[in-house]
Design a binder for this molecule. Structure first.
Ligand SMILES: Cc1cc2nc3c(=O)[nH]c(=O)nc-3n(C[C@H](O)[C@H](O)[C@H](O)COP(=O)(O)O)c2cc1C
Length: 311
C-alpha cells in the first residue's frame, strides 16, 4: 500500500523523509527515523567535515537502512562536506540553499540519490535537467530558511512541470497534511518541526516544550530584507530582528545577534535569545512521540483517510 516512486527510489518502507535540521538532526534522530521505515536525514548545516564524517559513521552503526545527508550549499565547509559525503557513499544527498552544481554528476556516478530542495518551478526544472532523482518542494509555512510560495501553491505547479517524483514539505505534521500533499500530486512528504519534537531528537527540552505550547500565530519571519528569510517562534531575538529591520540596519548587525543563535536554542535551551526555528504547524503539535509513532500516525493515517474518501 505504501509502495510508490519514492519508496522504490530511496528503498524505504514509508514515503516520509525527516527534514534535515541544522544542529537538530544528528545521527540519533536520522537513525531512529530510518529504523522506523522513513528516511532519516543528518543535517550538515555549517558544521565542518569531521563532524559530518563522525555522524555518518555513527548513523551506519545505528541503522542498516538508507539515510540521507542534508548539505547547505552556502556552508563555508561545503566543498569538504561534499567530498566526505562522496567518499562515505551516503545513500541519499539532499541539497539546500542553492544548487548542487557539478557535484550532482559526481554523486550520480556513485549511485548516490540526489534530491535538491526547491522553492520554485524554474529551480525544480533546472534540477531535473541536471539529473536530480527527485525534488523537495518546500513551502514557506516551514521552519527555518524559507522561500516565497506556500506548499499548497508550489507542490501542484511543480508536479505539473517535472517528470521526477516530488516530495512536499512545509506545514505537514499529521495525517491530514500528508493526505493533502498526496492529493496535490506529491509522492512523499518531508517533515521537520514534528520530528524535532520526537523522543529520539536530542534538541533541548525547552525548545520542544516551546513548540508544544505554541499557537498557530506564534511563528514569525525575520530577515526578509537581508534576502535570507527565516521562520521561527517569536521571542526576544525575533523582536530584536524586527527592530533592526525597521531601521534598515546593515547585514553585520543581524549577523552579530544571529550568530550561534540556533545552537543556543537547540543545545543550551535558550528560548529567549536563541533561534527557535519552527514551522507554522507548531500549533498542531501537542506531545512528544517516538519517530515510529509519528510515522505511523502520519502515513498510515493519511492512507486510511484517503481510503475513507474513496468509499
Ligand atoms: C530547526 C530547523 C532547522 C532546519 N535546518 C535546515 C537545514 O539545515 N537545511 C535544510 O535544507 N532545511 C532545514 N530546515 C527545513 C526542514 O528540513 C524541513 O524542510 C522543514 O522543517 C519542513 O517544514 P515543517 O517544519 O513545517 O515540517 C530546518 C527546519 C527547522 C525547523
Amino acid at each position: 500500500m505504501h509502495r510508490n516512486q519514492i519508496t522504490e527510489l530511496l528503498k524505504i518502507e514509508y514515503p516520509i523523509l525527516q527534514g534535515g535540521m541544522a544542529w537538530v538532526s544528528d545521527a540519533d534522530l536520522a537513525g531512529a527515523v530510518s529504523n522506523a521505515g522513513g528516511l532519516g536525514i543528518i543535517a550538515a548545516g555549517n558544521a565542518p567535515a569531521e563532524w559530518v564524517k563522525s555522524e555518518v559513521e555513527k548513523a551506519k552503526k545505528i541503522t542498516e537502512k538508507p539515510f540521507g545527508l542534508n548539505i547547505m550549499m552556502m556552508s563555508p565547509f561545503k566543498d569538504e562536506v561534499c567530498k566526505i559525503a562522496t567518499e562515505l557513499e551516503v545513500p541519499v544527498i539532499i541539497t539546500g540553499a542553492g544548487s548542487p552544481g557539478n557535484y550532482l554528476e559526481i554523486w550520480k556516478k556513485r549511485n548516490i540519490k540526489v534530491i535538491p530542495v526547491c522553492p520554485s518551478t524554474s529551480f525544480a526544472l533546472r534540477m531535473e535537467r541536471y539529473g536530480a532523482d527527485a525534488v523537495i518542494c518546500e513551502g514557506n509555512e516551514a521552519g527555518g530558511h524559507i522561500g516565497q510560495l506556500t506548499t499548497m501553491s508550489l507542490v501542484p505547479q511543480v508536479v505539473d512541470e517535472v517528470n521526477i517524483p516530488v516530495i512536499a514539505a512545509g506545514g505537514i505534521a499529521d495525517k491530514r497534511g500528508a493526505a493533502a500533499a498526496f492529493m496535490l500530486g506529491a509522492s512523499g512528504v518531508q517533515v521537520g518541526t514534528r520530528f524535532l519534537v520526537s523522543k529520539e531528537c536530542n534538541a533541548h527540552q525547552n525548545f520542544k516544550n516551546k513548540i508544544i505550547s505554541s499557537k498557530d500565530i506564534h511563528t514569525v519571519v525575520s530577515g526578509i530584507n537581508t534576502g535570507h528569510p527565516v521562520r521561527s517562534i517569536k521571542n526576544s531575538l525575533t523582536n530584536k530582528f524586527k527592530k533592526l529591520e525597521r531601521k534598515g540596519a546593515p547585514m553585520d548587525e543581524f549577523d552579530s545577534i544571529g550568530r550561534g543563535a540556533l545552537r543556543n536554542a537547540v543545545v543550551d535551551g535558550d528560548i529567549k535569545n536563541g533561534s527557535l526555528m519552527a514551522g507554522q504547524i507548531s500549533g498542531l503539535i501537542k506531545k512528544e512521540l517516538t519517530c515510529s509513532e509519528i510515522i505511523d500516525e502520519i502515513i498510515n493515517g493519511a492512507y486510511s483517510l484517503i481510503e475513507s474518501f474513496n468509499k
